[in-house]
Design a binder for this molecule. Structure first.
Ligand SMILES: [Zn+2]
Ligand SMILES: [Zn+2]
Length: 319
């Protein structure tokens, strides 16, 4: 497959889809809420069922749109008939249903909002709505870029990030294949600076949804490079290098929305043919359980190797 470029139409479609899904999230939520009330669900079960059905509906709509586009571009669609895709359906429902956040994050956000108020800088309070959204978007994206680099550089963080990278059958659902431990760290790292800057959740939640849709599209097989905007915005081709199995692509293309961070800090892969193989050469997760426990296996190997090295270093000193 050559490097087929869909330049501006791809970029415009990405923006249009993310806007559409951001705007519709409320309407769709209300529709499902009505439907579930009608079926007689109540209380906590109702909340969880509503979130799961919402996540499922969102995945279904995205699947129809992205599958249709992938067929039209003649790019691989066999990822949807693999076991890996079934695993990602589980990860998607688990993560986007909010089940992983109910217990931990909501409690932490409540605690931090109350305790960080003396440190709030309210930097963006006097900025009007649209520039404020743009500023949030750029600030969050800059943070995400460095946090993502840290996840690759730090051994502990990398162990939990392997769940995301071990997927060999990349699809739009892979975006939420994130280990619960990684999610906790992610939420903490992202929430604290935003609260200090003075960003209430109402300000960044719509952006959060927009980012999730943008990331879904990036994990698809669409051949979009966004033409000259490849150097500014993350396209599906740009992000595909981040998942490539080839060693020369490792620790490259960390950015989530703005590829200019990678080009500025020297971690970008120049535009070339999209890789055809994804995943990690030395870490395999053939089952759903293995994708959940793989971080602990990686940690055990990392620390036993380190202990071995320390022991042999100590022996050399004694000699
Ligand atoms: Zn990564
Ligand atoms: Zn990814």
């Amino acid at each position: 497959m050559g490097l087929r470029e869909a330049k501006l139409p791809g970029f415009i479609l990405t923006i249009a889809l993310s806007l559409l899904f951001t705007l519709r999230s409320e309407a769709l939520g209300m529709f499902w809420q009505e439907l579930l009330v009608w079926f007689g669900a109540s209380g906590r079960l109702h909340h969880v069922a509503m979130n799961i059905s919402r996540a499922f509906a969102m995945a279904l709509v995205l699947f129809i749109v992205l599958y249709y586009l992938e067929l039209r571009y003649g790019v691989p669609t066999n990822q949807y008939r693999t076991r890996g895709f079934l695993h990602d359906i589980f990860w998607w429902l688990w993560t986007s249903s909010g089940l992983n956040r109910i217990i931990f994050t909501s409690a932490v956000v409540g605690f931090l909002t109350a305790n960080l108020s003396p440190y709030k800088l309210n930097l963006l309070d006097r900025v009007s709505a649209i520039p404020r959204y743009i500023l949030y978007f750029v600030v969050i994206d800059f943070l995400v870029y460095w946090v993502h680099r840290w996840r690759h550089a730090n051994r502990f963080m990398w162990a939990f990030h392997t769940t995301h990278h071990s997927q060999e059958q990349l699809s739009f659902l892979t975006v939420l294949r994130i280990h619960p431990v990684e999610f906790i760290f992610n939420d903490l790292i992202m929430i604290v600076p935003l609260l200090v800057v003075g960003a209430p959740p109402q300000s960044w939640l719509p952006l959060y949804y927009a980012r999730v849709i943008i990331e879904d599209i990036q994990h698809s097989h669409l051949p979009w490079t966004f033409g000259p905007l490849y150097y500014v915005f993350v396209s599906p081709v740009f992000h595909s290098f981040h998942h490539s199995i080839r060693p020369e692509h490792h620790d490259r293309n960390f950015a989530v929305a703005l590829s200019l961070w990678d080009f500025t800090f020297g971690t970008a892969v120049a535009r070339e043919q999209r890789p055809s193989e994804y995943g990690l050469a030395d870490i395999k997760t053939p089952t759903l359980m293995s994708s959940l426990v793989v971080p602990f296996r990686v940690l055990r190997q990392t620390y036993s190797l380190r202990a071995q090295r320390q022991r042999s270093g100590a022996r050399q000193v004694v000699r």
